[in-house]
Design a protein around this ligand. Structure first.
Ligand SMILES: Cc1cc2nc3c(=O)[nH]c(=O)nc-3n(C[C@H](O)[C@H](O)[C@H](O)COP(=O)(O)O)c2cc1C
Length: 163
């Protein structure tokens, strides 16, 4: 018997992740969305993947541009995560935000912990989601602590006492 939706969601809520904002720019359109389904795929060549709902508007922009940036959020960027996850004022997500174009032209947001600028090398149909695999053209790293997502809530890193 297949797993129920509730069982599936409950199990996945036990998976702790970081939070990214995946951005892209095509022509004069810039867009981005909050994504926790982000992962490294290959070290050589350097590849990452993001999984996005097929209804996401960000996918249209990535499909046009062939590039995206994964902005890994810092612990103090919860509000930014919520802004890029909300459909309310979707077209105003970048308003008042400090960003610059990265190597591929995709927006790199100020204050992030790291930014990986990627060129799409493959896309895979996966149920109601689409997986984009990106070849990493540039990786920038900054100081700070990561924003985590676990059990449907934001969390911060707490060091584990060893011994
Ligand atoms: C913490 C968090 C993580 C999320 N992770 C994903 C994800 O991995 N994939 C996805 O498709 N949507 C994810 N979402 C939901 C999207 O950010 C949301 O549907 C957004 O409005 C899509 O924007 P767009 O349609 O403008 O692209 C997440 C939302 C939050 C708050």
């Amino acid at each position: 018997m297949p797993v129920t939706g509730v069982e599936f969601r409950t199990a996945l809520a036990r998976w702790a992740s970081g939070v990214t904002i995946v951005t892209s720019a095509a022509g004069d359109r810039i867009h981005g969305m909050t994504v926790s389904a982000f992962t490294s795929v290959s070290l050589d060549p350097p590849l990452v993947a993001v999984c996005a709902d097929k209804t996401s508007d960000t996918l249209d922009v990535i499909a046009k541009s062939g590039v995206f940036a994964a902005n890994i959020l810092s612990a103090d960027q919860q509000a930014l995560s919520n802004r890029f996850a909300s459909k309310k004022d979707e077209h105003r997500r970048f308003e008042g935000i400090d960003w610059r174009a990265g190597a591929t032209g995709s927006p790199i947001l100020r204050g992030v912990l790291a930014a990986l600028d990627c060129r799409v090398v493959a896309s895979h149909d996966a149920g109601d989601h689409l997986i984009y695999v990106g070849s990493v053209e540039s990786a920038e790293v900054f100081c700070g602590e990561p924003l985590l997502y676990y059990g449907g809530a934001y969390r911060a890193v707490v060091p584990v006492e060893v011994g």
